[in-house]
Structure formats: structure tokens, C-alpha cells
Design a protein around this ligand. Structure first.
Ligand code: ADP
Length: 419
């Protein structure tokens, strides 16, 4: 079954085609084809396509709208230089990563009018990501017609957070208005949890993990017996750890102070809201403090040449990460493994080393040589006598989406056959 996965981010739209057949492989398989649109290119949107032959091309897109760009991207599957299928009919289903499912969705869900309305309603909570996912759903409807589409929600993995972790200590009415901790990166957490259990040859029902998803967006979660029991992101993906260009948690009074200051200066309210939103999401974090970049590779390169602001950015990043892991540990009755995943977690030996060194009091002992050794596969980088395992697990969100899509559609086909 050929399944297309659309992953709409704040700055890019990624797309991958997978071929899944029974029995499903335990580990992720590589996609047959990949494409992405980078919306951040200053000269206009840029489309890159990587075909089955491993060759890739990158071209600027001359289009009037995001929808047009998406339709162009999808058509590359059967028309472009790297086409991989004969016609759109070859695609059996499309899976979408949807960042915010609100309190409504707990499982992978076939997209219908009601699901689309909910994704739209939840755009108030995820103003960049949810509209981007809807654009993808509409582009597929226009180009691929009635193919089944499935949504996987980044919030779903955290659906059973205990109230003490999920409810903000504001007025109780906030909860009635759905203002609560939702948590994000759930597709990645679910995948890493399952892989950690297999790697450690442990039953999920007894496993206690802290998983750190450190990419452009960063969060960590305490996971007990396969369920999220606390996590650092909250009502939106802005809370918690310091990130590439997002601040993570800051004292909310800073915003009230800035709001009052800008109001006194005569700024219109919508400008103030946009300014605060942009500042916290795009001009903070590693980028805001270093003044250089949101990319951890460049931060570590700069600090190694003595750049003081890059050094400060790195120190805050580690300080906040270590504090969060120690706090998450209090939600577990023990810790079997600390897991690092996503761009920084998988690749930055410096971040892992500084984090684990500060967490020695939790029983973590990093093996320096294993930590430094290059490798893109799942690995244990703790010393043999470390009380807690330290794992690096490359996350495979797109594959996880394709697999859930396959399972959901196979189950509903089997259900129909039985009736
Ligand atoms: P996203 O959150 O957009 O999915 P990724 O998980 O791909 O992001 O992570 C992207 C980030 O990973 C980059 O911004 C960069 O900071 C970091 N990264 C990638 N490779 C390395 C590396 N070798 N060393 C340190 N950081 C890296």
C-alpha cells in the first residue's frame, strides 16, 4: 500500500511516500520518495525533491499561493523529473501530521468535515501549524480526489496527562475554556517509546523513560508504562525548554510589562500581539541570545571560537534542559532510560555530554567514547554500570504516521469485510 505523508511545519511543508506491506517491519523503512517546500527562502518558496534513485533537485517555485505550491509539489509524484508513480490513483491513503487536536482527538482519525472543522477551530491555539495542515488536506482533495486522509495529532500521546500536570494554576474557568497543557511532539514520543522498549528488550508496562525531543522545537516528556505523565510543552508548543528560535517558558509578567510599555507608546493592540508572538517564537531562544543563529551546529562552532553570546546561549539551553529533566524525574517512580532524539538530540554529542554530566546525581553515567562515536542508528551511550541507560533513538515521525495510517485503514477494511 502506497501511503503519502504530509508534515506541515512552520517554515516548511515536507512530504514522503512510503510503500507498506504485511508484515510491517519492526524498524522504520526509508521512504521511496521525498519532497519539501521551504517557505523561508528570501527569494521565494523553494521546492526540493529526492527521488527513488537517490538523486535530488532543488528549484524555485513561481506560484501565487501556498495551495498552488502544494499542488505543484504533489504533481511531482507522477509528473516531475523524479516521478515515482504512474498516476495519482496509485496512492492508497494520505497521512497528515496535525499539531493541535485540542481535547477532542486521542487517536489517528480519518479526516471528514467534522475533523476539518476541529482542526480549523484549534488553529486559534496553533495559528501557524493547523492552517498549514488544512492547506495540505485541501491540496490533496483537489489533486487526488476521494483518497482516504488520516490525521495524527501531536497532542494525542499526552491525552492521559494527570490533572495535576495538565491544569494550569490560573482561575478554574481556564480549564472550562480548554486552556490547559496539551503537550506536543507526541508522534515522536510514541515512536521513541516503542523503540526504546524493543531496544532494551523490556515490556512497555514496566518501562519508565524521559525522552528529550530536541529539534528546532524542543520538549521533554516523562513516560511511565507507555503513557505521558508530564511534559514541558503546554497549551502551545512555546512553553518549556529553550529552543532554536522560541523562548520556552518566561515569566508571563515580562509580556504584561512589554504590553503596557507599547500601549503607552501608542502602538495598536494587534501590532503589540504580533510583535510579542514574533519575538517569542522567532527571535528568541538560541537565535535571540546568540544574535547569530538558531542552529545548534553553528552555536557550538561559535562558542568553540570564544563567542561569548553563543556560549551564554548554550549554557542557558543546557541549564533549562537539565532542570526540566530533573523536574520530570519527580513524576516517575524510577528511571530506566533517558532518550535523546531529533536533530540536536541525535547529533550533538556536546549537548548530550553536558546534560548527562549535570545529571550524574540521577544515576546517569555517559560513556564518552560511545557518545562521540558517529552513527545514525539506535544506540546505548551509557557506561555498562550506569544505573540509568542513555539512548539515542533517531525519530521517524513520517514513517510512524504512514504506519498508523496503514493500521487504521487495514483495520477498517477488515471490519467492513466482517460485517
Ligand atoms: P525540526 O524540529 O524542524 O523537525 P530537526 O529535528 O530536523 O528539526 O532538528 C533541526 C536542528 O537539529 C537544527 O536546527 C540543528 O540545530 C540541529 N542539528 C542537526 N544536525 C546537527 C549536528 N550535527 N549537531 C548539532 N545540531 C544539529
Amino acid at each position: 500500500m502506497q501511503i503519502l505523508v504530509l508534515n506541515a511545519g512552520s517554515s516548511s511543508q515536507k512530504c514522503a511516500l512510503f510503500d507498506l506491506t504485511e508484515p510491517l517491519p519492526e524498524a522504520a523503512s526509508a521512504p521511496l520518495w521525498r519532497a519539501a517546500i521551504d517557505w523561508t527562502n528570501p527569494d521565494g518558496a523553494q521546492l526540493s525533491v529526492k527521488g527513488g534513485d537517490g538523486e535530488s533537485t532543488s528549484t524555485p517555485l513561481q506560484v501565487g499561493s501556498h495551495l498552488e505550491a502544494l499542488e505543484h509539489l504533489l504533481a511531482q509524484l507522477w509528473q516531475g523529473e523524479h516521478r515515482i508513480i504512474d498516476s495519482p490513483e496509485a496512492i492508497a491513503a494520505v497521512g497528515h501530521r496535525v499539531v493541535h487536536g485540542g481535547p477532542h482527538y486521542r487517536e489517528a482519525t480519518v479526516i471528514d468535515g467534522q475533523v476539518k472543522r476541529t482542526i480549523e477551530a484549534m488553529a486559534a491555539f496553533a495559528p501557524v501549524h493547523n492552517p498549514a495542515a488544512l492547506e495540505g488536506i485541501r491540496a490533496v482533495e483537489q489533486l487526488l480526489g476521494p483518497v482516504p486522509q488520516v490525521a495524527l495529532f501531536d497532542t494525542a500521546f499526552h491525552r492521559d496527562l494527570p490533572d495535576r500536570a495538565a491544569v494550569y494554576p490560573g482561575p478554574y474557568e481556564w480549564l472550562d475554556a480548554d486552556i490547559r497543557r496539551y503537550g506536543f511532539h507526541g508522534i515522536s514520543y510514541a515512536y521513541c517509546t516503542e523503540r526504546a522498549a524493543r531496544f532494551l528488550e523490556r515490556e512497555l508496562s514496566s518501562l519508565r523513560l524521559i525522552v528529550c525531543h530536541l529539534g528546532n522545537g524542543c520538549s521533554a516528556a516523562a513516560i511511565a508504562r507507555g503513557k505521558s505523565v508530564d511534559t514541558t510543552m503546554g497549551f502551545t508548543p512555546l512553553e518549556g525548554l529553550m529552543m532554536g528560535s522560541r523562548s520556552g517558558s518566561v515569566d508571563p509578567s515580562i509580556l504584561i510589562y512589554l504590553l503596557r510599555q507599547m500601549t503607552q507608546q501608542g502602538q495598536p493592540p494587534e501590532k503589540i500581539a504580533d510583535y510579542l508572538d514574533d519575538t517569542l517564537n522567532k527571535a528568541s531562544g538560541l537565535k535571540g541570545i546568540s544574535g547569530l543563529t538558531s542552529d545548534m551546529r553553528q552555536i557550538t562552532a561559535a562558542l568553540n571560537t570564544g563567542n561569548a553570546r553563543a556560549g551564554l546561549a548554550f549554557d542557558i539551553y543546557i541549564h533549562r534542559l537539565v532542570s526540566a529533566i530533573a523536574a520530570l524525574r519527580t513524576s516517575l517512580d524510577g528511571l530506566d532510560a533517558l532518550v535523546f532524539t531529533a536533530g540536536v538530540g541525535e547529533n550533538s554529542a556536546e549537548v548530550r555530554a553536558h546534560t548527562c554530566e549535570r545529571l550524574a546525581f540521577l544515576g546517569l553515567q555517559l560513556d564518552g567514547a560511545k557518545n562521540q562515536a558517529p552513527g545514525g542508528s539506535e544506540r546505548d551511550i551509557a557506561t555498562p554500570d550506569s544505573a540509568v541507560r542513555i539512548l539515542v533513538i533517531p525519530t521517524q515521525e513520517d514513517w510512524a504516521i504512514a504506519r498508523e495510517c496503514y493500521r487504521l485503514l487495514s483495520a477498517s477494511a477488515a471490519d467492513k469485510r466482517q460485517r
